[in-house]
Each structure stands twice: as C-alpha cells, then as structure tokens.
Design a protein around this ligand. Sequence first.
Ligand SMILES: C[S@@+](CC[C@H](N)C(=O)[O-])C[C@H]1O[C@@H](n2cnc3c(N)ncnc32)[C@H](O)[C@@H]1O
Length: 243
Amino acid sequence: MTEWFERWFGEEYLALYPHRDEREAAAALGLVESNLGGIRVARALDLACGAGRHSRLLRDRWWTAGFDLSMPLLAKAREADPDGFYVRGDMRALPFVDHAFDLVVNLFTSFGYFDNDAQHLRVLAEVARVTRRGGKFVLDFLNSDHVRRSLVPRESSDIGGKTVEVRREISPDDRFVVKTIASGGEAGAGEQTFVERVRLFDRLDLETMLEESGFGVEQVLGDYAGAPHSESSPRTIVFAIRE
Ligand SMILES: C[S@@+](CC[C@H](N)C(=O)[O-])C[C@H]1O[C@@H](n2cnc3c(N)ncnc32)[C@H](O)[C@@H]1O
C-alpha cells in the first residue's frame, strides 16, 4: 500500500507551498547555528531535506548530506546543487554508519508521519545511532496546541490557474491533524486529491521520546526568531544533545 507521504511530497507539494522558501530556510538555519552551544561540527545531516533549501545553506558551513524519500524533491535538490550529496531512503533505516554526524536537523515538520508510534521511535533510534556522542539533533516540529487552536477547516486558493481546496481536521481519535488537498485542473478537470497526516505530538511527548532514545533536551524554542516556547508558539523547536 502506498503511504500518503510517498504520494504527496512531489511537484504538487512544491507548487502548493511556494512560501516555504529560501528566506524561511535562512531564518531556521540562523537559529540552529546560534544555538549549537559551541560544539564542533564537521558533518551535518539534513534529515528529510525535500528540495534541499536547508541543505544548500548547511553546505555553506559544513560538509552536509541531504536525505529524503521523495525522488522528485531530490531531483530538484540535485538540480539546484549539482555538487551536493543527496541520498534517497526512508528515515526509519538510515544508510549511514554509526556516529557519522556531529549535527542532524529535521526541519519544518518532517516527523510524525507514521500510524504507529513505534515507527516514530524507530526514526529517533536511527538518528541517535548516526549522531556522535556530544553531537546535536534539532527537531523543528509543529506546536500541537497552536494547531488545535488555530485550525482553519476549509480554505480555497488559486495557485497557477488551478483551484486548490484544503480541508483540515483533527482525527476522531485526537491523535493526528489531517489535511486533504484537492487540486483541480483548469475548469475543474483532472482533479487530484492528496492527504497529509501528522501526529499531534506535544512538547512533552517530543521531549520524552527524545530522552528515551538517548538524547538530553537542552532547550525548546517557539519560532525561528528564537522566542521561548509557549502554548501559542507557531513551532516546537527542540535542541537535543546525544548522550
Ligand atoms: C514537510 S516536507 C519538508 C522538507 C524540507 N525539510 C523543507 O523544509 O523544505 C517533509 C519531507 O519529508 C520527506 N519524507 C516523508 N516521509 C519520509 C520518510 N519516510 N523517509 C524520508 N523522508 C521522508 C518528504 O519527502 C518531504 O521532503
């Protein structure tokens, strides 16, 4: 069975989210860099790098691997950065040796995609395995309180001459935020529907899972400007050290 994340993260995703751009990426990486606490970084991993907007900036600072499941997004990353190192695979089984990286980043809600939490712990176990002791992991996730409170149930927009309808809901078991994206062709022909479904982990869930996986949580910030995390923050950005 094809999982929703295997279908959705392609050309349509890029077309629908043009605002997930380089400027936002620069802000996120500025925050990462200024909160590393002086650790030595030689090798970085951009876990779930998508089209590589953060990997390119990481590469200006350190040797960087970009890793993602999506062939179309990796093709974009390689096109924009022919000398970069981009690898395809699934984050539950990373094709890297133990302790390979000083810094691992997982940016812009690229976590929480699986049905079952054992799979999320599997991802964290893999991150712990490939991060050297004393290395850092930055997990930039949604803020579930903020998502629940600010959910816009329906939205319609015109993107490149196509009508895009987005529906958002909390799953009946209260565990996921589910977005259904229907992208119409011209005059309604050729409609395609995609689903995006993210587990509503709260800050405590993330901290607990990281601690169970061999990380110590150092700080949690709430936006890319570096504000402290609160219930109303747009993001939950966890800085953790591999113990
Ligand atoms: C919300 S996007 C963010 C991409 C990138 N971090 C950015 O900010 O532009 C999530 C990314 O996770 C990738 N992804 C989804 N499931 C994955 C998996 N099981 N293993 C590796 N990557 C995955 C998608 O292909 C997509 O590129």
